[in-house]
Design a protein around this ligand. Structure first.
Ligand code: HEC
Length: 189
């Protein structure tokens, strides 16, 4: 009886899986919208090879390859500057300003990264800086360009008095950036 119920569950799971895969394969729309993209320069392309040869993919995911052990690096070029990336690869803990898990001094597993030849680290940094993400997506530094009344309300309610004198409002940068991109697109047409 119990075995029968368990068997039924398995049969149900299997049938659901087959139906899901069939729907997925017959649909030409991607299941999830793709918010990261890349357009490599020759140096960036070379960097992608160095990235793979240096076994970064044993911990990181980038450009449809690698694992999820470390951070997903797709889109990182929209979050971190070239200077940051070079500096992190050379001197991870000083750049993070705290202890790291895997990068950082031996015997940490990714300690070897800081010892790679400088030309390799530079090529990798260029490659990483060319992994871009759409503004407003999870991998991007900037939020969407449009003003949200919900966020405005939350800021009004929770932000400390006078925060604008101490912090910059990243939404302002996001708005200007989105506007520039629109202008750029309009000119390209
Ligand atoms: C043993 C696993 C491992 C390997 C190998 C590894 N990483 Fe990492 N990486 C991590 C982890 C974990 C972090 C998060 C920081 C930390 O705690 O070390 C990280 C962080 C980073 C960051 C910082 C991201 C940010 O936003 O600050 C970059 C860039 C990076 N890795 C690039 C590389 C490159 C390039 C290589 C290959 C040359 C590499 N990693 C090899 C595990 C690894």
């Amino acid at each position: 009886m119990v075995l029968g119920i368990i068997g039924l569950f398995f049969a149900f799971a299997l049938v659901s899986y087959i139906i899901m895969e069939a729907v997925r394969m017959s649909s030409d729309k991607p299941m999830y919208p793709n918010t990261t993209h890349y357009d490599f320069s020759p140096v960036g392309l070379h960097g992608s090879e160095v990235f793979r040869e240096a076994r970064c993919t044993s911990c990181h995911r980038a450009v449809r390859g690698g694992t999820n052990m470390g951070l997903d690096l797709d889109g990182i070029g929209s979050k971190r500057s070239m200077e940051y990336l070079e500096s992190f690869l050379r001197d991870p803990e000083a750049t993070y300003q705290t202890r790291t898990l895997d990068h950082g001094p031996a015997p940490k597993e990714a300690a070897y990264v800081a010892k790679l030849p400088e030309a390799d680290r530079k090529a990798i940094a260029t490659f990483l800086s060319e992994l871009r993400a759409d503004q407003g997506s999870g991998a991007a530094r900037l939020p969407v360009g449009e003003r949200s009344s919900f966020v405005d309300g939350m800021v009004k309610m929770w932000a400390p008095e006078g925060w604008k004198t101490e912090y910059t409002d990243i939404r302002e940068e996001a708005r200007v950036n989105a506007e520039n991109e629109r202008k750029h697109d309009a000119n390209a047409k």
